[in-house]
Each structure stands twice: as structure tokens, then as C-alpha cells.
Design a protein around this ligand. Structure first.
Ligand SMILES: [Zn+2]
Ligand SMILES: [Zn+2]
Length: 98
């Protein structure tokens, strides 16, 4: 038996997550642009966008995708962005009052 992923063939025993080496046979998995296979949790860790405010990957929480804010090509956690926008807003207002 041979597994197919992105047009490449793998032995089931060779088809492993490149991070944790667990077999992905029968598991949900993701393949990156270099056709490296990841288990779903490692894929999120590796591919998750970094929050521009706190530098922590923005990971999905539970079953739903995490909500992130994209602003000027940067990603933010919703919580980080709301804190940041309050800071920006106060800076802006202070600036205007000068
Ligand atoms: Zn893994
Ligand atoms: Zn953040």
C-alpha cells in the first residue's frame, strides 16, 4: 500500500510528521510548500502566523480557528490588537492635542 500526498507517493511507514516523527497513516495531516508532512498540531505550530505584538504564534483554539487581526500585513491576536489599538489611539490623540 502506498500513500499519496501532493502528487508524491510514500510508504505508510515512511510517512511521518517531520517534527515529532509520529506516523501519519490514517491521521489528519498537512503538507507544506516543500512537501514536508506534519501532524495537524505541529503544522499549526510551524505554520501559524506570529503575532506582531507579542511574538507568540497565533494558534487555533479548540475546534474553531483562532480569530486574528491582519493590519498593515501584520498578524495580531485579537486581544493584543485591541490593547495595541488603544495605545495607538491614545498616542494619536495626544499627538493631536499638542
Ligand atoms: Zn507532529
Ligand atoms: Zn499576541
Amino acid at each position: 500500500q502506498v500513500l499519496q500526498a501532493r502528487g508524491k507517493s510514500y510508504h505508510p511507514s515512511c510517512f511521518r510528521c517531520v517534527v515529532c516523527r509520529q506516523s501519519l497513516e490514517g491521521q489528519p495531516f498537512s503538507v507544506d510548500a516543500d512537501t514536508r508532512a506534519y501532524c495537524v498540531s505541529d503544522y499549526h505550530k510551524v505554520q501559524a502566523p506570529l503575532c506582531a505584538a507579542c511574538k507568540v504564534p497565533i494558534l487555533p483554539t479548540g475546534l474553531t480557528e483562532s480569530i486574528r487581526v491582519v493590519s498593515f500585513d501584520r498578524n495580531y491576536h485579537v486581544e493584543c490588537y485591541s490593547v495595541l489599538s488603544i495605545v495607538l489611539c491614545s498616542l494619536f490623540h495626544i499627538h493631536f492635542m499638542e
